[in-house]
Ligand binder design. Sequence first.
Ligand code: KG4
Ligand code: ZN
Length: 344
Amino acid sequence: DRETLVLGIETSCDETAAALVRRHPDGRGEIVSNIVRSQIEEHRAFGGVVPELAARAHVVHLDAIISRALEDARMDLSQVDAIAATAGPGLIGGVLVGLTTGKALAAASGKPLVAVNHLEGHALTARLTDGVKFPYLMLLVSGGHSQIVLVRGVGDYERWGSTIDDALGEAFDKAAKLLGLGYPGGPEVEKAAQKGEAKRFDLPRPLLREKRLDFSFSGLKTALRLAAESVAPVTDTDIADLCASFQAAVTDIVAVRSKQALERFAAEYPDSAPTYVVAGGGAANAAIGGALRDVAARTGTHLVVPPPALCTDNGAMIAWAGAERFALGLTDGFDVAARPRWPL
Ligand code: KG4
Ligand code: ZN
């Protein structure tokens, strides 16, 4: 094992991102630079990410973001050991921009290419930030994904549950849109909910009676719309109460599923103290965070929530996943394809 430096490129959704990450021989990671350009302004008027606009913005900005990541580190490509780029899953236009750029840089510099699964990037981030050891459980709650995944090793995952309809962040975004709040919806709903009464509207907790570890949020969204219609015209107080009731339902769902997953983990790994890693924009929600801390305390679980900038999409998570793969000799040929869908 030797020290390696990896450039990571992330373009699978609405963040154009690049980073340099160092992996030490003992397996520790270190972020050398991490540059993220969010496209929120480009998409705000549409209340969601517009794939074609996203791909075009990645084309315009990616080269400069990579240059900045190198400049920030006072390095050039010759000092890099490998180039990692997200190859999926995600919006295919954007993935193509980042992966093709990664291939071009690898070809021009003669450095190896590592094609990274975006979800693996989220899954391994806690090893970069907190040195978490395998095996552990990950809860990913972002705008595009809601999953509970057993992480046994690099490239060794088992999905225990996922959403059968909307992702958690997507559900917040749709709820916000429905109530005339801004984009992205998560922070807007959370802010409105602070002044609301969560008990006022009795919203459903879909799937919660079933044993399986899957999520469902679209029925909740429909129930929210019906609740809003039942009190129309809605006042600010109604909106606050609707948001609080909605957030309470989502929080309940996440808490119950997490508890079940941790119990299963304890049964399968009686000798490992359970570690629960949370990733994705939804991890920023204080109510969800509080509920997860409760569950962790009650089940003797070590809860790891990386800093928000590393929970949401960024280049460091891709560079780090690339570094972990590279350390195992896992590199990819230039024929590797961009994949819109790519389960872990
Ligand atoms: O992980 P992320 O930045 O991007 C990806 O989807 O990959 O997650 C963004 C999502 C959005 O849907 C946003 O509404 C949601 O995370 N989000 C939140 C909060 N902050 C962001 N959801 C609930 N509460 C929040 N405070
Ligand atoms: Zn993501």
